[in-house]
Write a protein that binds this ligand. Structure first.
Ligand code: NAD
Length: 485
């Protein structure tokens, strides 16, 4: 059992600038809360615009030197950071559960996933490629090389407090970029603990800084308005992504955007229904439903809908809800009262529109931000829950009759992040996967995230890819040097 106060006392709660935990220029702190109780956990330094600019000064000061380090040196630091995250995984998992609520087993799984980006990009750091070729007329020689983009800003969400950071920090470091990280105000402790890990792994001071703040817009605007910043990488809502893209237009900064999702989960009449139920449990209930890749709409062939929904309802009704730190918990609280109320409003709206509650449906009485694991069936197409991200433990089921109808329903959204299909026909799997307007498609599986695969969305789910061999390119510019033969 983790000693919570000892755990918190090990986290540097100042701003992490130049390899040290420091107080903000104007002073001030904000409080991080435990979603299981609503109680305060810790006060964390509150960065403002002046701190942001000071941090950019230090990033710019070391950018050239960091870019000049050998790929092997950068690789070794990332590899060491991976080892340290694994060594400290129990602390990190408990910290994440403490500040964002979800079950400890989910946090352990995120530590493993988040750590993998450090290991993967330690391997990619030494494989940055270029090319040498002749121009078609024969008179020129073309050298193409890759250079780091320069100082970057990473803005990350609360739902995967470590992995959404390492998925950006690791490729940036591998490429030779410096990075200022602005974690979500709900979950700054995990990223501050990770900053300490990077320092312990030998990362030079100033290469990565962490600016917790209660005023995200003030910090990010100060940085983006400064032309020395060369890139903005963001994971969060589409609404905030739009603001950051517009802001970065002024200084023509590069952007990578991992935004919202509304994943369709399509079960065809030829699917293995039990496998589809297993897949739905993973795609819907992973992270308590607070995932951008969460199955938002379960679109099920009418001929198997009752069998699928009954089996899913049985599994979901059986989930144990409780404080995330209790070992037996399957589903912890939602991150905040606001998030719980937003889930409740979507469920109420769907029920008012005619959806049938198969299990759950309500917030739970008492302290903390708990919501009953829920299954809704016969959800009408005009219910808000069909168009908006649920971000909670609520499965919304609708039916279909033909393959064309399933594809049209799946694509009927402004989003295009993940999609899932369940079928035993290879032909159908290929046909439908190609027809779906999404950046990622899981076939007969409920989780698509994989460090070795490019993670990213199309339509209003974002720009660019993270992870895979593609992830490092987001932090590299292509440079051409021409020679006369
Ligand atoms: P959010 O957009 O409200 O916040 C994300 C981050 O942006 C936080 O750090 C927040 O402090 C900051 N922020 C908020 N307003 C800002 C502003 N005006 N200027 C600068 N920064 C600002 O999203 P959230 O509620 O924290 O996270 C949930 C969202 O993230 C969901 O939409 C989810 O789908 C998305 N998400 C996407 C991915 C992906 O990879 N595509 C992964 C995880 C989460």
């Amino acid at each position: 059992m983790t000693d919570i106060s000892a755990l918190i006392s090990r986290v540097p709660t100042g701003l992490w600038i130049d390899g040290e935990s420091v107080a903000p220029i104007a002073g001030g702190a904000f409080t991080v809360h435990d979603p299981a109780t609503g109680d305060a956990i810790a006060d964390v330094a509150d960065a403002g615009a002046e701190d942001a600019l000071l941090t950019l000064d230090s990033a710019c000061r070391v950018q050239h030197q960091w870019a000049a380090t050998s790929p092997r040196e950068r690789s070794n630091i990332l590899r060491r950071a991976w080892e340290l995250v694994i060594e400290r995984s129990e602390d990190l998992a408990a910290l994440m559960t403490l500040e964002m609520g979800r079950a400890l087993k989910e946090s352990r799984s995120e530590v493993g996933y988040g750590a993998e980006f450090l290991r993967w990009f330690s391997e990619e750091a030494v494989r940055i490629q270029g090319r040498y070729t002749r121009s078609p007329g024969g008179a020129g020689r073309i050298v193409v090389t890759k250079v780091p983009v320069g100082p970057c800003l990473a803005v990350t969400p609360w739902n995967f407090p470590l992995a959404m950071g390492t998925r950006k920090i690791a490729p940036a470091l591998a490429a030779g970029c410096t990075m200022i990280v602005k974690p979500a105000a709900e979950t700054p402790l995990t990223m501050l603990a990770f900053a300490q890990i990077l320092a312990d792994a030998g990362l030079p001071a100033g290469v990565v800084s962490v600016l917790p703040t209660s005023n995200a817009a003030a910090v990010s605007t100060a940085l983006i308005d400064d032309p020395r910043l060369r890139k903005v990488t963001f994971t969060g809502s589409t609404q905030v992504g739009r603001i950051l893209i517009a802001q970065s237009a002024r200084n023509i900064q590069r952007t990578s955007m991992e935004l919202g999702g509304n994943a369709p989960f399509v079960v065809f009449d030829d699917a293995d229904v039990d496998a589809a139920v297993d897949g739905a449990m993973a795609a819907k209930m992973r992270n308590g439903g607070e995932a951008c890749t969460a199955a938002n709409r379960l679109i099920v062939a009418n001929s198997v809908r009752e069998e699928f929904t009954a089996k899913l309802t049985e599994r979901i009704a059986d989930l144990k809800v409780g404080p995330g730190l209790d070992e037996g918990t399957d589903i912890g609280p939602l991150v905040s009262a606001k998030q719980r109320d937003s889930v409740a409003a979507l469920v109420d709206d769907a029920v008012a529109a005619g959806a049938r509650v198969r299990t759950g449906g309500k917030p739970m009485e008492g302290a903390g931000y708990f919501f009953q694991p829920t299954v809704l069936d016969e959800v009408p197409a005009d219910a808000r829950i069909v168009a908006e991200e649920i971000f909670g433990p609520v499965a919304a089921v609708t039916g279909f009759d033909t393959e064309a109808e399933a594809i049209a329903t799946a694509n009927d959204t402004e989003y295009g992040l993940a999609a899932y299909i369940f079928t035993q026909s290879l032909d159908r799997a290929m046909r439908v996967a190609e027809a779906l307007e999404s950046g990622m498609v899981g076939v007969n599986r409920g989780v698509v995230s994989d460090v070795a695969a490019p993670f990213g969305g199309v339509k209003q789910s974002g720009l660019g890819s993270e992870g895979g061999t593609e992830g490092i390119d987001e932090y590299l510019e292509t440079k051409y040097i021409g020679f006369t033969a």
